[in-house]
Design a protein around this ligand. Structure first.
Ligand code: SF4
Length: 292
């Protein structure tokens, strides 16, 4: 198999088999991310994809699912993606569910009909690293799209019948805009109605522009307690009938389906942590994190 480091795969989806169809990230400019720094984006050549599929056909001939890597494979046009999905179906004829992650802006070059056609070839679930629905914040961290793009592109996925996840990056607006980030993100997520909302907390990694801004005093990171207050505000305003995942250390047990029926419970748990949390321990855990 041909993989380019770093190999990020969504751990909530089956992690075997994986198929790299692009390498790197076309954007590579989000101020908090170094994941694909120094890696030039390029689509995987078709002969390499086919070699990998031949290998998978030997070792996983009955595969029902597959994850396509890496950061944003759907940036490729419909005409480039369609033959790749056709090859997946040819070599793995029992495939039912193709997953991938991508950027919101990658969907712009596809019509609803094209997305429907990709769904018919098995593309069923997409994870979108949205991070915020607040325009000030999106612009501040250089995400490269605005809230209206999120609504428009997610609407296309809904119309095409493709399920999607949306992520909220807790803390990414800094102190300056924390509450607007929480409330406006929830508003936009509510309008998009994703099947799953995932939340993760900002860690300022070496080499990121956001860390440099923080060191110059131009960005004020949230404390661990303020992160939880922001997360609670986001949850309070979120009204999607979705599954909910949080990577917040103290809140791992809050992960699960049926968000709306558990919303009160989640808010209570966050409130409890805000009052009683061991924030020094949380800061220590964050200091030791290696990647997003
Ligand atoms: S956060 Fe995602 S879109 Fe932004 S640079 Fe990193 S990999 Fe690319």
């Amino acid at each position: 198999m041909h993989f380019t480091e770093p190999v990020y795969r969504n751990p909530y989806w089956p992690t075997f088999p994986l198929l790299q169809v692009t390498q790197g990230c076309t954007h590579n400019r989000c101020k908090f991310c170094t994941m694909y720094k120094g890696i030039k984006f390029r689509p995987q050549p078709m002969d390499i994809i086919e070699e990998d599929l031949q290998e998978l056909a030997k070792f996983a001939p009955h595969a029902k699912t597959i994850q396509l890597l890496s950061a944003n494979p759907l940036v490729m046009t419909y005409n480039k993606l369609k033959p790749i999905l056709e090859k997946v179906n040819e070599y793995l004829p029992e495939i039912e569910y193709i997953y991938t992650q991508t950027r919101v802006s990658d969907l712009k070059n596809k019509t609803v009909e094209e997305l429907e056609s990709l769904k018919d070839l098995g593309l069923r679930e997409i994870s979108l690293g949205v991070e915020s629905g607040d325009d000030w914040t999106l612009n501040r961290v250089n995400k490269g799209y605005a809230s209206e793009d999120i609504i428009e592109q997610c609407g296309k996925l809904t119309d095409a019948g493709i399920g999607f996840w949306m992520s909220f990056l807790n803390g990414v607006a800094g102190k300056e805009h924390s509450m607007d980030h929480a409330i406006n993100s929830a508003k936009i997520f509510n309008q998009c109605n994703p099947m799953l909302v995932g939340t993760g907390g900002l860690t300022l990694f070496p080499g990121t522009p956001l860390l440099e801004e923080a060191e110059r005093g131009e960005f004020t990171p949230l404390s661990e307690k303020e992160m939880l207050i922001e997360l609670k505000t986001f949850v309070e305003h979120l009204d999607c009938d979705c599954s909910f995942i949080t990577h917040h250390t103290v809140a791992a047990s809050l992960t699960g389906p049926n968000f709306l029926s558990r919303k009160g419970q989640i808010i209570d748990a966050l409130e409890h942590e805000i009052k009683n949390g061991d924030f020094e321990r949380l800061a220590e855990i964050r200091k030791n994190k290696q990647s997003l």
